[in-house]
Design a protein around this ligand. Structure first.
Ligand code: ATP
Ligand code: MG
Length: 389
């Protein structure tokens, strides 16, 4: 799939911008702090309804608009897909008088073909894979980074996953609040039964889908990494669910059997959970384990090795999405090529033709060896405005 038209209104440092994009490779060139990453963020927002880097939605609204009675940021796109074209729109509405020094309170409205829709009906209408410099955290960062990777990927592929994830998050928070009340003697441990059942049901769906995804991703990760590293090392990825008594052989287990196992783990761990004041088993504690030639990458890989591993994971993600969706995702590379050595850059560039549309940001076209690759289009980003280059 590909984006034919992108419109930004009061989004980040863009006042008003319409951009017509071609299929193929699109280069976005510009100095630091001009709006290159903001543009990719807008596309990613349309795909996932979330920003990869904003702490709050209010950050997305142009600062100058915050003084207005009703501050609003708007991103819309016409997307060409195998199933036909689609108009997507995300509107971020700030609370009146939301400006000032503190956080800006805002809510989001979503539309598909002009009709208001809920998040689960919007996420994944456009699929996108974003490569960013922060991807290093996928390998060396906290487990939450890797869970987010799984969640963002799977939510784009299956609305049922996103709905289960939303419910699950709420139930964990409620169960944790109850655990603390039990700890203080203000509630009874029997009250956990209801939440354990809820948690096991949605949690099992998450574990099942994550296990199947990692199964599929593992082969792509290995393959992509072999290409990037010249076959010098072998990168493996394994799913590590936080579920007592789990063994890899049960990766293909049915959701029902998993729900029973998770329910049992929750019941068995009640005393421990009450003492901790939080739920210690379940997919909100899952992790992925990356190993390079059998050695844990998070602890031992060099920065260059971690970067290559992260890149392989993103390439694998794009492949996986293509398989599951039957359509190619839009691929977004934010400044990552400039960080790579020549061989790796070439290997990434060689896989470029595979995608319907690929947007690359860079501070300088000279960063590409032998000049910029044959791009379908080249744009220059200057202070929140985009001009053909
Ligand atoms: P680099 O090459 O350094 O990565 P970039 O072109 O990717 O630069 P962006 O991250 O897109 O730069 O940010 C461009 C500018 O947008 C930043 O200077 C930032 O201060 C500004 N900016 C961010 N949020 C807002 C906002 N809500 N309103 C106005 N400006 C904003
Ligand atoms: Mg940037």
């Amino acid at each position: 799939m590909w984006i034919r038209r992108l419109t930004l209104t009061q989004f980040r440092n863009y006042r008003q911008q319409e951009l017509l994009l071609p299929q193929g490779l699109v280069l976005l060139l510009g100095d630091n702090a001009q709006g290159k990453s903001n543009l990719l963020e807008a596309i990613f927002l349309l795909a996932t309804t979330r920003s990869e880097r904003a702490q709050t939605d209010g950050e997305l609204i142009h600062w100058d608009a915050l003084a207005e009675a009703q501050p609003v940021a708007r991103v819309s796109a016409q997307v060409e897909r195998r199933d036909g074209p689609l108009e997507l729109e995300v509107i971020v509405v700030g609370r009146p008088g939301a400006g000032g020094a503190g956080r800006v309170l805002a809510s989001k409205r979503l539309r598909v073909n002009g009709v208001a829709r809920r998040q689960a009906d919007v996420v994944g209408q456009l699929t996108a894979v974003l490569f960013s410099t922060g991807d290093l955290e996928l390998i060396g960062g906290a487990p939450a980074e890797r869970r987010r990777f799984l969640d963002v990927t799977l939510s784009q592929l299956d609305p049922a996953y996103l709905r289960a994830l939303q419910r699950y998050g709420k139930v964990v928070a409620q169960r944790n609040a109850l655990l603390r009340r039990i700890q203080e003697g203000a509630a009874d441990a029997d009250e956990l039964a209801f939440w354990d059942g809820e948690l096991a049901r949605d949690g099992a769906l998450l574990v099942c889908q994550r296990a199947a995804a990692v199964d599929a991703l593992a082969e792509y990760v290995r393959e992509a990494h072999r290409r990037l590293s010249g076959g010098l090392e072998e990168l493996a990825v394994a799913y590590q669910p936080r579920l007592e008594g789990w063994d890899g052989a049960r990766a293909g287990a049915q959701t029902k059997a998993l729900a029973a196992a998770l329910h049992q783990a929750l019941t068995a761990g009640r005393r421990r959970d009450i003492a901790a004041g939080m739920t210690l088993s379940g997919p909100h504690r899952d992790d992925l384990l990356f190993t390079l030639d059998g050695v844990a990458a998070a602890s031992f890989a060099s920065r260059g090795q971690q970067r290559t591993a992260a890149l392989a994971l993103r390439l694998a993600e794009a492949r996986f999405m293509t398989d599951r969706k039957g359509d190619l995702p839009v691929v977004l590379l934010d400044d990552v090529l400039s960080e790579l050595d020549e061989g790796r850059r070439r290997a990434v560039l060689e896989s470029l033709g595979e995608w319907d549309q690929l947007l690359i940001t860079s501070t300088d076209a000279d960063r590409f060896d032998g000049g910029p690759p044959a791009a379908a289009a080249m744009f220059r980003v200057v202070a929140g405005q985009i001009e053909p280059a």
